[in-house]
Design a binder for this molecule. Structure first.
Ligand code: PRP
Ligand code: URA
Length: 209
């Protein structure tokens, strides 16, 4: 079972601090979520395979390395995961984008499915599932179950803040999935919100308080 990778780069930690601040408004919040997604994607793709190529510079042939044609898919969990998409596409513009629609029932806190559209060749792709928040883990567990049911295999989960409860649930249900986060927070409150967290990510992105 892979350990979660907590991204402790100073830029990630600085941006996360501003993101958490209750005085950060929606515009800056959206920008920060995308910037964090870009920085996290940079690190989470460090093991993509390379192949040797020769490139003609204006001076001479140069032996170089390029990505070995691996196909990527990113799958945001709606709504809040959408906030990370542009930040990832900045680095991997050829990635295909699937969407999984889920919301947490406010009473039961269980995920309710409302949409799933994935690239047709999902089984051939390295998949990055995106959601800023891993709270109980219910949404992530269900989204990854749906992706696997459609043939997805090589799956990573990128979140910004994880709670211990969510991390445990996710690694128990999907031990093959590598989790990346910028912070592992303390716990959940009685409403299953992460403490200290950042509040409701979807509401802060879209201003729907
Ligand atoms: C939030 C968040 C995750 C989920 C995490 O979404 O973006 O998808 O909660 O909680 P969990 O780990 O307990 O499942 P929410 O249900 O608020 O929907 P939204 O993104 O549409 O606001
Ligand atoms: N969803 C959020 O947006 N925030 C939390 O703290 C928990 C679930």
């Amino acid at each position: 079972m892979p350990k979660p990778i907590i991204m402790d780069h100073p830029l990630v930690q600085h941006k996360l601090a501003v993101l958490r601040d209750k005085n950060t408004g929606s515009k800056e919040f959206r920008e920060l979520i995308n910037e964090l997604a870009t920085l996290m994607c940079y690190d989470a793709t460090r093991d993509l395979p390379l192949e040797e190529v020769t490139v003609e510079t204006p001076m001479a042939p140069a032996r170089c390395k390029m990505l070995a044609g691996r196909k990527l898919a990113i799958v945001p969990i709606l709504r809040a995961g959408m906030g990370m998409v542009e930040g990832i596409l900045t680095l991997v513009p050829s990635a295909r984008v699937g969407h999984i629609g889920l919301y947490r029932d406010p009473q039961t806190h269980q995920p309710v499915e409302y949409y799933c559209k994935l690239p047709a060749d999902i089984e051939e792709r390295d998949i990055f599932v995106l959601d800023p928040m891993l709270a109980t883990g219910g949404s992530a567990v269900d989204a990854i179950r749906q992706i696997k049911a459609k043939g997805g295999k090589n799956i990573r989960f990128l979140c910004i803040i994880a709670a211990p409860e969510g991390l445990e649930a996710l690694t128990k249900a999907h031990p093959d999935v590598q989790v990346y986060c910028a912070a592992l927070d303390d716990c959940l409150n009685e409403n299953k919100y992460i403490l200290p967290g950042l509040g409701d990510a979807g509401d802060r992105i879209y201003g729907t308080y």
